[in-house]
Design a protein around this ligand. Structure first.
Ligand code: SF4
Ligand code: SF4
Length: 157
């Protein structure tokens, strides 16, 4: 959702620039300058993968679409990008009075307001999961470090 006001021939509105966290006064509300990032995904902690079978399960998660994987302090998380059904077009919560406890407990103190957030590890495709597994798992004797070559295309006669 764009926060930039557009220019028209008849009127001009200064573009709204997202302030840095420290620029928002204590009396202000950080969420008013945010695209409701925390209402557009959920993350589940998973066991750290240690063998091929674990990575195969993660690959299976990730072939389902808008799913990624990240780690923080060596804890592994599945990240599912899915907008909460109660997020209103104006980015307010549609069930504020009865929102889940996890939403009530979440604060802006360490939230992902900033746009330069980085993870310790971030894998966003099933192919990256396999490449990562190939890089960190021990090789079987005689096994190549490279992925198997794809089948050749048939020659049309
Ligand atoms: S808590 Fe943080 S990430 Fe969530 S809407 Fe407010 S500023 Fe945005
Ligand atoms: S219930 Fe409300 S606060 Fe919680 S994720 Fe949905 S829109 Fe956000």
């Amino acid at each position: 959702m764009s926060t930039v006001a557009h220019t028209t021939a008849k009127s001009w509105t200064a573009p709204v620039v997202k302030p840095r966290r420290e620029q928002v006064p204590a009396s202000g509300n950080l969420c008013e300058f945010c695209t409701a990032k925390c209402c557009r995904y959920f993350a589940l902690q998973i066991d750290a993968p240690t063998e091929w079978r674990d990575f195969e399960i993660i690959r299976w998660y990730m072939i389902h679409g808008d799913v990624a994987l990240f780690t923080e302090d060596d804890e592994w998380y599945l990240l599912v990008y899915n907008v909460c059904r109660h997020l209103l077009p104006d980015r307010r919560c549609g069930i504020y009075e009865t929102r889940p406890q996890i939403c009530r407990d979440y604060t802006t103190d360490e939230c992902e307001y900033e746009d330069d957030w980085v993870y310790d590890r971030y894998l966003e495709t099933p192919e990256q999961v396999i490449e990562y597994a190939e890089a960190v798992l021990p090789k079987k004797k005689g096994e190549s470090v490279r992925s198997p070559k794809p089948a050749l295309l048939p020659v049309i006669g």
